[in-house]
Design a protein around this ligand. Structure first.
Ligand code: PRP
Length: 208
């Protein structure tokens, strides 16, 4: 998440709290625990294979460059790269949001840049999840100024209900409901990125 301690960035089941609701919730939620599996490792592998095949077909005769967005997209990017049946490359960049509290201000900044030029390259941005759409909107604008030959977006999880900014997505793994999801690279406060499945994280209320 933008800032390791911002559990509301993926919405969870609570929706959009007011400031007073947030502080009241902070008093009652002490942690979150792993709930049900939303998407299993086998379902993920099958969908990643399909996405790789589709990209391989769409980029026939070309050599796409996957640009993974740290940190959440690392696992997906590595698997997707291996699923594309043609010469492909990868690089990474990192972004962060300004602002405090549990909501992003929507102002995104680059914290780690690519290691190579993308001028004239066929670039595919790879994201783990699109929520408000602000991060990917910033990244698209930023990368477009570098004159790639083409610029596309592949996202594993699309939380359509959370969208605040229009985003054109070229490849989608799964459209998911507005729940707090961890695993397969996605975290809660830095944890659970190493889960092989995608699981829902449920709030745990403090004892009264
Ligand atoms: C996630 C995801 C996107 C962003 C999406 O990153 O990887 O970059 O949030 O949210 P948006 O559509 O509302 O902008 P996160 O902040 O969780 O960082 P991480 O990838 O390092 O875990």
């Amino acid at each position: 998440m933008h800032g390791e301690a911002q559990p509301d960035r993926r919405g969870a089941a609570e929706g959009e709290p007011s400031e007073s609701q947030k502080s009241s919730r902070a008093d009652t939620i002490v942690d979150r625990h792993l709930g049900r599996i939303l998407i299993s490792r086998d379902e993920i592998a099958a969908r990643v294979a399909e996405l790789g095949e589709a990209i391989g077909r769409d980029y026939a005769g070309r050599s796409p460059l996957l640009v993974g967005v740290l940190k959440g997209a690392v696992v997906f990017t590595a698997d997707l790269l291996r699923a594309i049946p043609r010469p492909s490359a990868m690089d990474f960049m990192a972004v962060s949001s300004y602002g405090s509290g549990t909501r992003s201000s929507g102002v995104v900044r680059l914290t780690a840049d690519l290691s190579i030029s993308i001028e004239g390259r066929d670039v595919i941005i790879v994201e783990d999840v699109i929520d408000s759409g602000r991060t990917i909107s910033y990244l698209r604008r930023n990368l477009a100024t570098r004159h790639p030959r083409s610029l596309a977006l592949c996202v594993l999880l699309d939380k359509v209900a959370r969208r605040e900014v229009d985003v054109e997505v070229d490849y989608v793994g799964f459209a998911i409901p507005d729940e707090f999801v961890v695993g397969y690279g996605l975290d809660y406060d830095g944890r659970h990125r190493n889960l092989a499945d995608l699981a829902v994280l449920d709030p745990v209320a403090a004892p009264v």
